[in-house]
Design a protein around this ligand. Structure first.
Ligand code: PGA
Length: 257
């Protein structure tokens, strides 16, 4: 973490909790004494977004787990970024579960990113290699390809509304967290790539998150790395005590460096 960047902890609930369960979880989150110096976002299922907008009491940023690349039309089941604009803070695009389970392509991720940006949403762009790609030594190539495809045609002002989350696929939901050294190495490359996107870009100002089996126990070591500015948290975000420990670790990492 670098003191110039405010850490972000984003809880991705994925397809978990019913609406009443989500509201109950939100009221537990609302009772937490959030530390200063960290931004905390909650990304619940779409059905929960509007009720949580009230239930979270404005103390947490709110994010959608995805949004479509068109504003309106005959796209059954899709969610328009226009419908999120003005009250939702973040949209996540390119999560590996969408890339690998649903076949989402780099090009589709790029369309979604650009459309969300036209609606003044902030966008978390997830990138990361599979185990097979890692074993073949192509982690950096994969991340470079995903970043350059996603940010194609994005201007500097838009880039500054984006956060990249490095999420090695082999670490997601597996308990096999990347070592802080590995996560730092890749996040550093991501920062360099963001820097190269525009001659005026300042990679040092961009927030880069790590995601993949982040827990209250490993968060401090991960967030202590220079190029890691917080986490995208799945499973642990469903447990308020665990999520709180991660939030505190992020706040401390911002205060120390
Ligand atoms: P995990 O998920 O923390 O459960 O590994 C992270 C993510 O998929 O965003």
């Amino acid at each position: 973490m670098n003191a110039a960047r405010i850490p972000l902890v984003a809880g991705n609930w994925k397809m978990n909790t019913t609406v009443p369960e989500g509201l109950a979880l939100a009221s537990e989150l609302r009772a937490l004494a959030l530390p200063d110096g960290v931004e905390v976002a909650v990304l619940p299922p779409f059905t929960h977004l509007w009720p949580l907008y009230d239930a979270l009491g404005g103390r947490f940023a709110l994010g959608a787990q995805d949004a479509f690349w068109e504003d309106a039309g005959a796209y059954t089941g899709e969610i328009s970024p226009a419908s999120l604009s003005g009250w939702c803070d973040y949209v996540l695009v390119g999560h590996s579960e969408r890339r690998h389970l649903l076949g989402e392509t780099d090009e589709q991720v790029s369309h979604k990113l650009r459309r969300a940006l036209t609606h003044d949403l902030r966008v978390i762009v997830a990138v990361g290699e599979t185990l097979d790609e890692r074993e073949r030594g192509s982690t950096i190539d994969v991340v470079r390809r995903q970043i350059s495809a996603a940010f194609e045609g994005v201007c500097l002002a838009e880039l500054e509304r984006c956060v990249v989350a490095y999420e090695p696929v082999w670490a997601i939901g597996t308990g096999h967290t990347a070592t802080p050294e590995h996560a730092q190495e890749v996040c550093h490359v991501i920062r360099t790539l963001l820097d190269e996107l525009d001659p005026a870009a300042d990679g040092e100002r961009q927030r880069i998150l790590y995601g993949g089996s982040v827990t209250g126990e490993n968060a401090a070591a991960l967030f202590g790395e220079h190029d890691i500015d917080g986490g995208l948290v799945g499973g642990a975000s469903l447990n308020p005590a665990e999520f709180f420990a991660i939030i505190v670790a992020a706040a401390r990492s911002g205060a120390i460096t």
